[in-house]
Design a protein around this ligand. Structure first.
Ligand code: ADP
Ligand code: MG
Length: 626
C-alpha cells in the first residue's frame, strides 16, 4: 500500500463554541461514574459496523469481507486504552463535522439543560444522559482518532486535548491499515484503572453486553485476547432465557439513558408478516422530547442487519418509545425511501402501534400508580395523537388522564362520564398554563356551583385537540370559556348563589357597558357561569378559544376577529349597585371599564391601556375614601 500524501500540514481548528463548553465540563467533571465513556465509544463503534454492513448491501466493493468486530486494547505501561472497529470509518470532512460540532439534536438539548442546571445537578445530568464521543475527555488527557473511510485510500488522524482546539492531519495508511476507526485514549493519572483487564471486562459486560457486534479484549501489547461478548442479538433469543436485568442493560445501551424501562414489550409477530419487536417505554423524559426536529427512535433491522433508525416505525406521538423491529420479510437491498413507502412497513407500523397502545391500556388497568408515572412523563406527547391519529382517537382518549375540579388525582374520561350530573351533555374543560389558576378562574364558578366537574388542561397541546371537535362516548368536549354556558337545565347544588334573582336594572346596565366598551368586545351579556365574581371574559360561540388564541399570538399568529365576550353576573352586588346609578354618573362609566379590566386580569392578562386602568382605579378609590 502506498503512503498517504503527507505534504498536507496538520491543521488546527477550534471546536464549535458549544462543544468547547461541553468539553470544559467533561474535562473538569468531578463525576463518580466515568465508566460511561466506554459505553459511548463502543456504541459508536457498533454503529459504524452496522453502517458499513448496510452500505455494502448497495455497494459490495465497500465490504472488507471481514466480520464486524470491536477490539479494546489495553496498555498499562503506556497508560492507554484503544477502541478499534472495522466499520465505516470517517473522512476528514466527517471528522470535522462529527467530532468538532454538535450535530445531534439530543446533545444540543442536553447542553441547554446543562446550562440551566445548578452546579450540583450537573454531574447528575451527565450520568443520566449519554453525551457521546466527548465523554472520552472525562478519562483522557488526549484523544487520538485514526480513521479511514471504507472505499477510500486516505486515512486521517484527529487529535485533541479537549481544551478548545483539535488538529487533523493525514495519517500513514500503516497506522490505519483497514477501513475503520481506532480511538486511542491517553488516560489521566487518576483513570489508569481503565487499563486493568478485569475492570474493563466488567464494564463492557455490564454496559454493552448486547451490542450486536462481538467485542474482543487484548489486555496488553502482545497479550492475551479474549472475547467479552459474542454480539448475539438479544431480541432473537427466546424470552424465557432473558432476565429483566438483560432487558434493562439492553435498553440502557440502546437508549443511552440510565433509567430503567417502565414498560418492556418483546414479541414476535407471525402470520402474514414476520418480525421481532423489542420496544421500551422509558421511565423518564429525554431532554429533547419536545424538540420539533426530534424523530422517532425505533431502529429497523432486517434479519439482524441494521438498516436505519430513520424509518418512521411509529407515529410521532409515540416518539418516546425506544427499541427495534427486526423484519424477516423486507429485502435487504431496499433504499430507505423505498422502505418508507413499502406496504410492509405500513403493516408493521400498524401492528406495533396497536400493540403498544394495548399494552399501555393493560398497564393502566393493572397498575394505576405505574401508569400515572408513565402519564406524568409522556401524557403530553401521547395526547398529540388525539388530533393526529383520527383512527385511534377513541383509544387515545381512553388512555388519557386529566386533572379536574372533581376528585383529586388523575381522572380518566370514563371516571368523568360516570360522575356527570343529570342533564349534563358535554365534557367541560378549561385550558391554561396553571391548574391552580384555572381552578380559581371565574368562568368555572357556575359549573362548580352545579357540581359539574371541569377538566383543567394545562399542556400546550390540549388547546389544539380539545378545540378540534372531539367527543368521547358521544359527549362533546366544550370549553368553559367559550360560547353560552347553558347550564339552566342542571340543578345547582344546595346553598349555591345561582338561584338568586337578577338585579332588575341589570339588563339596561349591560346595554350601557356595551356602549362604553365599543368594539373592544364582541358582546356583553348576563352570565350563567358566574356565582361569586362580577365579570369574566369568554370566547364567542364560533370564536377561537381564548387559551388557543394566546398560544397562537405567542407564536406570532394573530387570529382575526377574535374579540371576546364580556359576561356580567346580574346577581352580583357590584353589578346591581352600578346598574342603579344614573347613566351620566362618572362612577358608572369607570365601573363598566374596570369590570372589563378586572376580567382580563383574572385571565392573567394585562388591561389594554394599563395607564388608563391605573388612573381609573385611583379615581374610584379616592371617591370611595372621600
Ligand atoms: P452520536 O453517536 O449520537 O451521533 P457521538 O458524539 O457519540 O454522537 O458521535 C458523533 C459522531 O462521530 C457519530 O455520529 C459518527 O458520525 C462519528 N463517529 C464517532 N465514532 C465513530 C466511529 N468509531 N466510526 C465512525 N464514526 C464515528
Ligand atoms: Mg454515540
Amino acid at each position: 500500500m502506498t503512503q498517504t500524501d503527507t505534504t498536507t500540514a496538520p491543521e488546527t481548528r477550534s471546536f464549535e463554541a458549544d462543544v468547547a463548553r461541553l468539553l470544559h465540563l467533561m474535562v473538569h467533571a468531578v463525576y463518580s461514574d466515568r465508566d460511561v465513556f466506554l459505553r459511548e465509544l463502543i456504541a459508536n463503534a457498533a454503529d459504524a459496523c452496522e453502517k458499513l454492513r448496510y452500505e455494502s448491501l448497495a455497494d459490495a466493493a465497500l465490504s472488507n469481507g471481514e466480520t464486524p468486530r470491536i477490539t479494546i486494547a489495553l496498555d498499562p505501561e503506556a497508560k492507554t486504552l484503544t477502541v478499534s472497529d472495522n466499520g465505516i470509518g470517517m473522512t476528514e470532512a466527517d471528522m470535522i463535522e462529527a467530532l468538532g460540532t454538535i450535530a445531534r439534536s439530543g446533545t444540543r438539548a442536553f447542553m441547554e439543560n446543562l446550562t440551566a442546571a445548578k452546579d450540583s445537578e450537573k454531574a447528575n445530568l451527565i450520568g443520566q444522559f449519554g453525551i457521546g464521543f466527548y465523554a472520552a475527555f472525562m478519562v483522557a488527557d488526549t484523544v487520538d482518532v485514526y480513521s479511514r473511510r471504507a472505499g477510500t485510500d486516505l486515512a486521517h488522524r484527529w487529535t485533541s486535548d479537549g481544551l478548545g482546539t483539535y488538529t487533523i492531519e493525514p495519517a500513514a495508511l500503516d497506522d490505519a491499515p483497514a477501513p475503520g476507526t481506532r480511538i486511542v485514549l491517553q488516560l489521566k493519572d487518576d483513570a489508569v484503572q481503565y487499563t486493568e483487564r478485569h475492570t474493563v471486562e466488567r464494564i463492557v459486560r455490564a454496559q454493552s453486553g448486547h451490542v450486536p457486534v462481538p467485542i474482543t479484549l487484548i489486555d496488553k501489547p502482545d497479550g492475551e485476547t479474549s472475547e467479552v461478548t459474542d454480539g448475539s442479538a438479544l431480541w432473537a433469543r427466546p424470552k424465557s432465557e432473558i432476565t429483566p436485568e438483560d432487558y434493562t442493560d439492553f435498553y440502557r445501551s440502546l437508549a443511552g439513558q440510565f433509567d430503567a424501562p417502565a414498560l418492556t414489550l418483546h414479541y414476535r409477530a407471525e402470520g402474514k408478516h414476520e418480525y421481532n419487536v423489542l420496544a421500551f417505554v422509558p421511565e423518564s423524559r429525554p431532554f429533547d422530547l419536545f424538540d420539533p426536529d426530534r424523530k422517532g427512535r425505533m431502529k429497523l433491522y432486517v434479519r439482524r442487519v441494521f438498516i436505519t433508525d430513520e424509518a418512521e416505525l411509529l407515529p410521532r406521538y409515540l416518539r418516546f418509545v425506544r427499541g427495534l423491529v427486526d423484519s424477516a420479510d423486507l429485502p435487504l437491498n431496499m433504499s430507505r425511501e423505498m422502505i418508507q413507502d413499502s406496504p410492509l412497513l405500513a403493516a408493521i407500523q400498524k401492528g406495533v402501534t396497536n400493540r403498544i397502545l394495548s399494552e399501555l391500556d393493560k398497564l393502566a388497568a393493572n397498575d394505576a400508580d405505574k401508569y400515572a408515572a408513565f402519564w406524568d412523563a409522556f401524557g403530553a406527547v401521547l395526547k398529540e395523537g388525539i388530533y393526529e391519529d383520527f383512527g385511534r382517537r377513541e383509544t387515545l382518549l381512553g388512555l388519557a388522564r386529566f386533572r379536574g375540579t372533581g376528585p383529586e388525582g388523575w381522572r380518566s374520561l370514563k371516571d368523568y362520564v360516570a360522575s356527570m350530573r343529570d342533564n349534563q351533555t358535554a365534557i367541560y374543560f378549561a385550558t391554561g398554563t396553571d391548574a391552580a389558576r384555572l381552578a380559581a378562574s371565574p368562568q368555572i364558578e357556575g359549573f362548580r356551583a352545579r357540581g359539574i366537574e371541569v377538566l383543567l388542561l394545562t399542556d400546550p397541546v390540549d388547546s389544539f385537540w380539545a378545540a378540534s371537535g372531539v367527543d368521547y362516548e358521544g359527549k362533546p368536549f366544550k370549553s368553559v370559556t367559550q360560547g353560552q354556558a347553558d347550564l339552566s337545565l342542571i340543578e345547582p347544588l344546595e346553598g349555591e348563589a345561582t338561584s338568586e334573582p337578577a338585579a332588575p336594572e341589570a339588563e339596561a346596565f349591560i346595554g350601557f357597558v356595551k356602549t362604553q366598551l365599543g368594539d373592544a368586545v364582541s358582546d356583553v351579556r348576563a352570565s350563567e357561569r358566574l356565582t361569586t365574581s362580577a365579570a369574566c371574559l369568554v370566547a364567542s360561540e364560533h370564536g377561537i378559544d381564548r387559551q388557543l388564541e394566546r398560544l397562537l399570538s405567542a407564536n406570532g399568529q394573530t387570529p382575526q376577529g377574535a374579540k371576546p365576550v364580556l359576561e356580567l353576573n346580574p346577581r352580583h352586588d357590584l353589578v346591581a349597585r352600578l346598574s342603579a346609578l344614573p347613566d351620566d354618573a362618572a362612577l358608572k362609566a369607570d365601573g363598566a371599564l374596570l369590570l372589563f379590566d378586572e376580567a382580563r386580569i383574572a385571565d392573567g392578562e394585562l388591561p389594554d391601556d394599563t395607564r388608563a386602568f391605573a388612573d381609573r382605579l385611583s379615581r374610584v378609590l379616592t371617591q370611595a375614601l372621600a
